[in-house]
Design a protein around this ligand. Structure first.
Ligand code: SF4
Ligand SMILES: [Zn+2]
Ligand SMILES: [Zn+2]
Length: 392
């Protein structure tokens, strides 16, 4: 592999950090960029698209940096489409059931000694599981009053990979000179563009619909690997406060990540003041309108400044609640209440102490401020880096 990249590309999320990188390159304070790639989920607030348009007109075009807008589809439509198997992360709540908690317990009256062995069934010396305590080593002598509860969870985040990383990597390969394969008939629908989706069939629903693999076109093409040894330096806008998210797991044979803000030792705050200095005063956090990682501050901002987007999020939240074959309900707000009833004006966690079932899981910081790092194709909020090799 050659030591010099064939191309320098910016992963442009249109938030504070990547906007800073674009400006720095345009001003010549960083090496010249050959292009910037914006992955469009189709569901950003208008302000983000407007910002992107302005960036293109005022900064990118004059500096000769093309902006490539790439997309996998419109996330908000895809996840509600029964013929597509796409999902948005969500806060989930299972069916209600009655529960009692143990208040008092005593050592198992059988003196079974089970607890000493920590229930290690592979230990030859361990006693048989005791019929009285069922292996707990103790029995409950007093139960609390019954109450209704439901099991809470969170759906995995796959959207960043599907809607951001995958189209960015595809565009990177194309720019590096990869060939697109000749169209072949789609083997999932036998080239008809229509099929019974396997997940529908599993539920006994045999309604045919558009094939989601070939997008109803009946043909499949793929973008192959670029020529050997040709690679791109991919700039990612992690600032010094996000150092924990940095990893090279996003790297592939043809794309190596670079973090110029770290080399410049720039924090998010420094990026903000740099942008302000250049007249870019209000750069939005880029994220989907209905992203369940929004905190209350972001939900309030949406409701109070972009009523149309808010109404759309409320509608989506309702439509996304249940789906065929689902036992749990899905919610955009962490309180597991419908978005238009969720307590987004409550700021202090103490105000939540009302005996609601979600108190136990309420994370004050996340609920108010949301995912502090926004949505990056290169890292997810659980801290686990995404793997670009899946994105081919
Ligand atoms: S903003 Fe939220 S919903 Fe949209 S791609 Fe990122 S994590 Fe997914
Ligand atoms: Zn026992
Ligand atoms: Zn097909």
């Amino acid at each position: 592999m050659s030591d010099t990249p064939a191309l320098r590309l910016l992963s442009l999320g249109a938030g504070v950090q990547s906007t800073t990188l674009l400006l720095l390159a345009a001003e010549g304070r960083l090496p010249k960029l050959d292009g910037a790639i914006f992955a469009d989920t189709g569901w950003e607030p208008d302000a983000v698209y407007e910002h992107l348009d302005r960036l293109e007109e005022k900064i990118a075009k004059p500096a000769g940096i093309p902006i490539y807008r790439v997309s996998t589809g419109r996330i908000q439509d895809d996840v509600l489409d029964p013929d597509k198997q796409r999902s948005l992360p969500a806060h989930t709540a299972g069916p209600w059931y009655e529960k009692r908690d143990p208040i008092e317990h005593e050592i198992c009256p059988e003196a079974c000694g089970w607890a000493e062995f920590n229930g290690d069934k592979n230990d030859d010396d361990a006693p048989e599981e005791c019929a009285t305590c069922h292996g707990a080593g103790y029995v409950v002598t007093k139960w609390g009053p019954p109450y209704k509860t439901r099991d809470l969870g969170m759906l995995n985040r796959r959207c960043t990979q599907t809607y951001k990383l995958t189209p960015i990597m595809r565009q990177t390969r194309l720019l590096l000179g990869a060939q697109t394969s000749d169209p072949k008939p789609c083997r999932y629908c036998d080239g008809t563009g229509e099929r019974i989706a396997p997940w529908r069939a599993k539920r006994g629903d045999h309604t045919p619909g558009p094939c989601s693999v070939c997008n109803a076109t009946g043909v499949l093409t793929r973008v192959n690997q670029p020529p050997k040894g040709v690679w791109a330096e991919t700039w990612i806008g992690f600032s010094t406060d996000e150092i924990g998210r940095v990893s090279d797991r996003g790297d592939t044979r043809y794309s190596k990540s670079k973090h110029p803000l770290l080399d410049l030792k720039m924090s998010r705050t420094q990026c903000e003041s740099y942008l302000k200095h250049r007249g870019w005063t209000s750069v939005e956090k880029s994220a989907c309108i209905g992203c369940p990682f929004h905190g209350n501050a972001e939900w309030r901002r949406l409701r109070d400044t972009d009523p149309e987007a808010w109404a759309e999020a409320v509608r989506f939240d309702k439509a996304y609640r249940t789906g065929p074959g689902l036992r749990h309900e899905r919610f955009l707000h962490i309180s597991r209440l419908p978005l238009d009833q969720a307590p987004i004006d409550r700021i202090r966690p103490s105000e939540w102490q009302q005996g609601d079932f979600f108190d136990a899981v309420y994370d004050a910081e996340l609920a108010e401020n949301g995912d502090p790092d926004g949505c990056s194709p290169w890292a997810c909020r659980s801290g686990a880096p995404v793997d670009a090799s899946d994105a081919a």
